[in-house]
Ligand binder design. Structure first.
Ligand code: SIN
Length: 188
């Protein structure tokens, strides 16, 4: 898979002729919605778990010192909670560029808090992409985050932005909050 996934994502045209489509965000798309949307609703997707296993060369790190950002890893029975946005398909051009460092558009079932659901899109960076870093201990992930920054800002701001947004939604994520605790300890 090329390092830049923009061209592959353009081929995912399944929603192009829909007037609107739901986008599920589980990382920076929760706390940094820099695109127009019609509506947003807290939501979840099933059988995926959020992990800081994706390298960031273009936003929160550099080519020589990548940061770490979240992707989703398949896990039976797991749920990942986040924010769903109703967007027009034109917004994918902006999103494909923003998520170009390894993320692919996948279609998924999105479940809203009232139990209703919709088919929509999620950006996932799989193990096949060249920026994928894979597992590490939460302490080592915190150390890497503490040492990284890139064009979009410090990697620490990504972690705290995500943790703060999840708390504001009343959601828990042991992996995200565990790394946050290590970061606080490293700062003291
Ligand atoms: C997402 O937020 O849904 C994708 C990962 C990211 O941009 O942080």
């Amino acid at each position: 898979m090329p390092a830049d996934t923009t061209a592959i994502n353009k081929l995912m045209d399944r929603f192009d002729d829909h007037p609107s489509v739901w986008l599920f965000g589980y990382g920076s798309l929760i706390f940094k919605a820099d695109f127009p949307f019609v509506e947003k609703r807290p939501a979840l997707i099933r059988n995926w778990t959020r992990r800081f296993w994706q390298g960031s060369y273009d936003h929160r790190g550099t080519h020589t010192a990548p940061g770490r950002v979240v992707t989703l890893i398949r896990e039976a029975e797991a749920i990942c909670e986040g924010m769903a946005y109703l967007i027009t398909p034109q917004i994918f051009e902006h999103l494909d560029y923003r998520e170009k460092n390894g993320y692919l558009r996948l279609s998924t079932e999105i479940i809203f808090e009232d139990g209703t659901n919709a088919e929509g899109v999620v950006y996932i960076a799989t193990a096949e992409n060249t920026a994928f870093l894979g597992p590490a201990s939460e302490l080592d992930i915190a150390r890497q985050i503490a040492a990284s920054s890139g064009p979009s800002g410090h990697n620490k701001e990504y972690l705290t932005g995500l943790a703060t947004a999840l708390r504001a939604l009343g959601k828990k994520d042991a992996h995200v909050f565990g790394i946050e605790q290590h970061l606080i300890a490293l700062d003291n």
